[in-house]
Design a protein around this ligand. Structure first.
Ligand code: ARG
Length: 565
């Protein structure tokens, strides 16, 4: 709703200067220091146009704009900036514009456009690991943000379900599967068999060829091997479904790499017809110009096998042509930067101008501090272990501090999972993060539980008086803390917009911390219940908007707030 205020002010400024409303709208900003005002407009560009001193221009404009719109409390020139302060009642009025909507942050920026988002995408027969945890959390958050911005969203799980490893695994299943019984068809059993295959291969290198021959049978459509392969996928999906349920992650489509097998020939033909395929040591590759500083993209191996990149080319074309994706987003670790740069460049060389709408949303690594889950030994950390540890730690704390908590199990889960997700999303995604349990689970620091806790506080205040929304009173004399909270709450929609347009959920996560800080400050200095009824009423309305913002904001990050903590 800040946009609303910016629009009104932009229109007024445009009357006094020879710039368009839009230009002004786009350059209005929130000053870093709250005391400077609610909005600021830098006059530098305009002064340059007039060939005048920015300071002077600002001073003159400040005089001209005094009392120009209703609710404008003051305009001040500070250096080359114009700083605007508004009456709290004006801010409240704007804040309440979206209060009657079901969702405070919903907007229609993306109306009529479709975004295809690829996230979580694990590799079959392997447990999801810590990297998939980030791909899942960041991906689901971006999905939610896209929806809030009005886009149609198609979430795709690009399952890694193809490759020579399936030949090895199928061979191992045929040979040793029966001895393992039921377990063979679980994710743990599959891993065990895969490891055994490699151990045996060390002793007997001929096994490598057996694996390759079995994969060839799969590629040629051998029914028996195909059945085994399908069962491997089924067993894996069962495990992923469990993880996705715990994390509340949803995909619309599961289109694994194998889905593109029958579409690869067309991709090759197209590459061929554009003269892009070159032979290199028996393989087919696409070369890039020197200035791209990228090694060639491998399209077809010398034995005829396709590659990860080949399937991603087919997948991108499918997502654009068949799923009608206007934007294609890939939430995958930064270690695949080169892969996506190559794929997007090849698409461009193929003449697809929509390749500019392909975005790789990369992210850094997660490291654990020394201790139980130390990553030092190069050990793979499974997503499930992280969640289990979080639940264990939260359970211990709750048993110590609040053993009578209602709905204990469910609330513990919400807190533990919320902590893990928030910890993932609060940082700029490109940074490597160090997982520090104390910080992630603290109810005081920059953590998920802290935001949940603030939400719970709002809920309990409202519950005490059985609050009902009747409409926010707009009278004057708002306290400083009330005004600050109102101003922060007003920015929710804009934050959701910016967070999505930058594909950075951390912008929203940071904002929620700001809401919590402003709420605490407000609550500390302003009594809510038991003051004069008019004031009590407006403060309760403010608490309610705060609760809605926090709950909805957490929801966008895919975190739910417990009723009690
Ligand atoms: N399966 C891959 C992995 O676990 C991620 C796939 C990402 N999506 C894609 N279209 N390449 O690393």
């Amino acid at each position: 709703m800040l946009a609303h205020l910016k629009k009104q002010l932009g229109r007024e400024i445009a009357k006094k200067v020879s710039l368009s409303e839009l230009d002004i709208f786009l350059t209005l900003e929130v000053p870093k220091i709250y005391e400077h005002g609610h909005l600021a407009w830098p006059v530098f560009q305009y002064a340059q146009l007039l060939k005048k001193n920015p300071k002077e221009v600002a001073q003159n404009l400040a005089l001209e704009l005094q009392n120009s719109i209703e609710g404008l409390k003051s305009v001040q020139a500070l250096g080359g900036f114009l700083n605007f302060k508004f009456e709290a009642s004006k801010l409240v009025e704007i804040l309440c514009l979206s209060a009657k909507e079901k969702f405070l942050s919903q907007q229609n920026e993306g109306k009529g456009r479709t975004v295809v988002i690829d996230y979580a995408s694990p590799n079959v027969a392997k447990k999801m690991h810590i990297g998939h945890l980030r791909a899942t959390n960041i991906g689901q958050a971006i999905r939610n943000l896209a929806q809030a911005n009005g886009y149609k969203v198609i979430g795709v799980n690009h399952l890694g379900d193809w490759g020579t490893q399936f030949g090895k695994l199928a061979w191992a299943l045929e040979k040793w599967g029966p001895a393992l019984g039921e377990k063979a068809w679980t994710i743990d059993g599959l891993l065990e068999l895969y490891v055994k295959f490699h151990e045996e291969m060390e002793k007997n290198p001929a096994l490598e060829a057996e694996g390759a021959a079995t994969f060839l049978r799969l590629e040629q459509g051998d029914l028996k091997i195909k059945e085994i392969w399908l069962k491997i996928i089924e067993a894996s999906l069962k495990d992923y479904a469990r993880m996705f349920q715990i994390l509340n992650v949803k995909h619309d489509l599961i289109l694994g790499e194998s889905f593109y097998n029958d579409k690869l020939a067309d991709v090759l033909k197209l590459l061929e017809s554009k003269g892009l395929l070159k032979e290199s040591e028996g393989a087919q590759v696409v070369m890039f110009e020197e200035k791209e500083k990228m090694p060639p993209c491998l399209i077809k191996k010398s034995d005829g096998a396709s590659l990860y990149a080949t399937r991603d080319l087919a997948a991108a074309i499918y997502r654009h042509d068949q799923l009608k994706g206007d934007e294609l987003i890939y939430v995958v670790g930064a270690d695949q930067n080169l892969h996506f740069k190559q794929v997007f460049k090849v698409l461009e060389l193929m003449g697809f101008d929509w390749s500019k709408n392909c975005h790789h949303v990369g992210f850094g690594l997660v490291r654990f501090k020394e201790g139980k889950m130390s990553t030092r030994k190069g050990r793979v950390i499974h997503l499930e272990d992280v969640i289990e540890s979080a639940i264990e730690i939260v359970t211990k704390t709750v048993e110590e501090k609040n053993p009578d908590l209602e709905n204990k199990q469910e609330n513990i889960r919400k807190i533990a999972i919320g902590a893990v997700i928030f910890n993932d999303l609060i940082n700029d995604r490109m940074k490597n993060i160090e997982f520090d349990w104390d910080r992630a689970l603290s109810t005081e620091g920059d953590s998920g539980p802290y935001v949940q806790y603030t939400t719970v506080r709002c809920k309990s205040i409202l519950r005490k008086v059985q609050f009902k929304w009747v409409g926010m009173p707009l009278e004057k004399d708002w306290t400083q803390e009330e005004e600050k909270l109102v101003f922060t709450l007003m920015q929710f929609q804009d934050v959701v917009k910016v967070s999505y347009s930058n594909l950075k959920p951390n912008i929203l996560a940071q904002y929620l911390l700001q809401v919590c800080a402003d709420f605490s400050h407000f609550y500390h200095h302003n009594r809510v219940i038991g003051v004069e009824s008019q004031i009590e009423n407006r403060r309760l309305h403010l608490v309610e908007l705060c609760r809605r913002t926090l709950e909805e904001g957490l929801g966008l990050l895919n975190i739910s707030a417990p009723e009690m903590m």
